[in-house]
Each structure stands twice: as C-alpha cells, then as structure tokens.
Design a protein around this ligand. Structure first.
Ligand code: ZN
Length: 212
C-alpha cells in the first residue's frame, strides 16, 4: 500500500532536531517576541461581531455564508482568518487592525506560508491557472477597496510611552526569572548529564581518567 509522500514528509525528523530541546529553556528567548507581539496587537482596533455584516462580507468574497468557507488564496477549505495586512510589523502596531476588512478566510498552509508577505506577492506564488489567479486577485482587491481601512498609528503620547515601559518591564522580569530559574535548575538536577564512566559504587574507578 502506498502512503502519500506529502503526509510522510511532514512527520520526518532528523536526530539532530533534539538539539533544540537539549539546552536550558529560556523564558526570555522563547517568549520575548510573543510579548512584543501581544503589546502591539493589544492597541490594534477591532470590529465587534455583527452577524449580518460578516455574512455580507463573506458574500462580497463570492462565497456562500451558509456553507464552509474557502481559502481566498488557494480555494482549499478555510481553517482560519488571515490578517491580510500584518497587524504587527517590527514589534509595532502596523495600522492594520482586527477588522472585518483585514480578515480573510484562509487555509492553514496558506496562512503560514504567507506570513508577513504582501498578499499579492503570496498569491502570485500559489500554483494555479492564470485565469484562476486573476479572478482571485480581483475578488480580494474589490473586497479590500470596500472594507479595508488603515488605522492611525499610536501618537507619541505619555500614555503610549507608559505602555512601552510596561512592556519593557515584562521583558526585564523574564530575564530576571531566567537567572533565578538557572539557579533552581542546577539544584533540581539529579545524576550526571552524560552516562557515568563507571558503574556507581565501584571504588577502584580512577577519578578523572577515561577507560574504554
Ligand atoms: Zn490556501
């Protein structure tokens, strides 16, 4: 029985992938981007959910609001809503909010492959006929022309400066926590990192020298 290569490929892994885990877990390194992103994302304006409005938007995309939604880029079943324009760029709010006009139904592979690329550039890279591509481009362009609005970037107010200060404090706290965690971690360790050179309790083992 043949198994689709695509499915198998997603699961393959080399033994070297373990290296990612074989190092101290740093709260700061693992979460700094997440914190920056959260603070920037938190000042992005959002629309409130309005059923009629969302249904109208879905229909403006040429889709059936009573059916499962399709990815606007490739036509596969949609699994998420793509922020057409990234809300956060270089750790700052970009001016593109959590609004109906900035959200399009999308499959997960497209969402992940598109990343922060401009949607037109991404659409050009999706394999499909030029006719299909032209049709999709037109639908998205028309949708954005009707629905998308760019927000004001935050003014350099005292309030905004205070928010950035809080963000930096959270990041500093993560660094402090890492330093404390390192000391606790060292005390938590039992046994050796590598297998001992000699079985435990062997008194005649020469200390510090290796024996094959
Ligand atoms: Zn897709």
């Amino acid at each position: 029985m043949r198994i689709s290569l695509n499915i198998v490929r997603q699961d393959i892994m080399k033994y070297t992938a373990i290296k990612r885990h074989l190092k101290p877990y740093s709260i700061y390194s693992r979460r700094k981007t997440t914190i920056n992103h959260a603070f920037a994302s938190s000042i992005a304006p959002c629309d409130v959910y309005d059923e009629a409005g969302v249904r109208a938007a879905v229909e403006a995309l040429g889709q059936d609001a009573d059916d499962d939604l399709l990815c606007v880029y490739c036509g596969a079943t949609a699994e998420t809503w793509d922020h057409v324009f990234a809300t956060v760029v270089d750790s700052e709010f970009s001016g593109a909010g959590h609004r109906l006009g900035n959200l399009l139904p999308c499959c997960k592979p497209c969402n992940s492959k598109k990343g922060n690329k401009p949607w037109e550039i991404y659409l050009d890279a999706v394999p499909m006929s030029e006719e299909d591509r032209g049709r999709r481009r037109e639908i998205i362009q028309r949708y954005l022309a009707t629905y998308f609005t760019r927000e004001h970037r935050p003014a350099q107010t005292a309030e905004y400066a205070q928010l950035l200060e809080l963000r930096d404090r959270v990041i500093d706290i993560m660094r402090d926590a890492d330093a404390l965690a390192e000391r606790i971690r060292d005390k938590s360790r039992t046994g050796e990192q590598s297998p001992p050179a000699y079985p435990e309790g062997r008194a005649d083992a020469p200390s510090g020298s290796a024996e094959a």
